[in-house]
Ligand binder design. Structure first.
Ligand SMILES: [Mg+2]
Length: 214
């Protein structure tokens, strides 16, 4: 299988798509809970409950905090993502696979606060992407809100029918497919039957790219 002939742009999610996020996210989660507890004067358990509720309700905790508690999003995002990135190491095979992709490559993530840029450096991938689009690029509208995709398309000038959208989060693929993207789900979740809005599926991003490039 060679890269689909119509694909000129490769849009990648970051966390759990280009690297396994749990190692880093355990610390980021603790930092989020501690920040919420301190700012809102809550017990740790209450802060954690709020963090998880806003994540599920809005797609990103920061959206609920900004909307309901006047927390300054940039400060929150910078603080919580200031985690120990030494748990990440460069993956040379992934770097070679991404370097071999024809066309432009863009990161589109619900993270913020410089998180994507730091992770790309830690993974040795920072020179391979043409742009990083994060939750602060578009007024805190996260995937899967349609507003986020509309803003991404307007800012990047990507033509979705000439682009592939690579994600580990199933719910983020349906709006992308509706807009005309080719979609690829990466990771262990393989819903049966496969939803019509999932065009490709692989156990991880390297398996996906190996298949598309071979
Ligand atoms: Mg992800």
């Amino acid at each position: 299988m060679s890269p689909p002939a119509n694909i000129r742009t490769w849009v990648f999610d970051l966390d759990n798509t280009l690297y396994p996020a749990p190692a880093l996210y355990d610390e980021i989660g603790v930092r989020m809970t501690d920040y919420i507890a301190r700012k809102l004067t809550l017990a740790t358990a209450e802060a954690q409950e709020l963090r998880e509720r806003y994540f599920h309700q809005y797609g990103a905790t920061v959206v609920g905090l900004a909307r309901h508690h006047a927390i300054e999003a940039g400060d929150f995002l910078r603080h919580v993502h200031d985690a120990d990135h030494s748990v990440l190491t460069p993956d040379l095979e992934l770097r070679d696979l991404i370097a071999a992709l024809p066309g432009q490559r863009i990161i589109y993530t619900n993270g913020g606060g410089g998180h994507a840029q730091r992770v790309l450096v830690s993974l040795g991938l920072d020179s391979l992407f043409d742009a990083v689009f994060d939750i602060e690029s578009c007024g805190l509208a996260p995937k899967p809100q349609r507003e986020s995709y509309d803003c991404f398309l307007a800012a990047s000038r990507v033509e979705p029918t000439e682009a592939i959208f690579v994600e580990d989060t199933l719910r983020n693929l349906e709006p992308a497919h509706d807009l005309g993207f080719t979609t690829a789900l990466v990771g262990p979740v393989h819903p049966e039957p496969k939803p019509a809005y999932v065009d490709h599926w692989a156990v991880d991003v390297k398996a996906l790219l190996r298949g598309l490039l071979s």
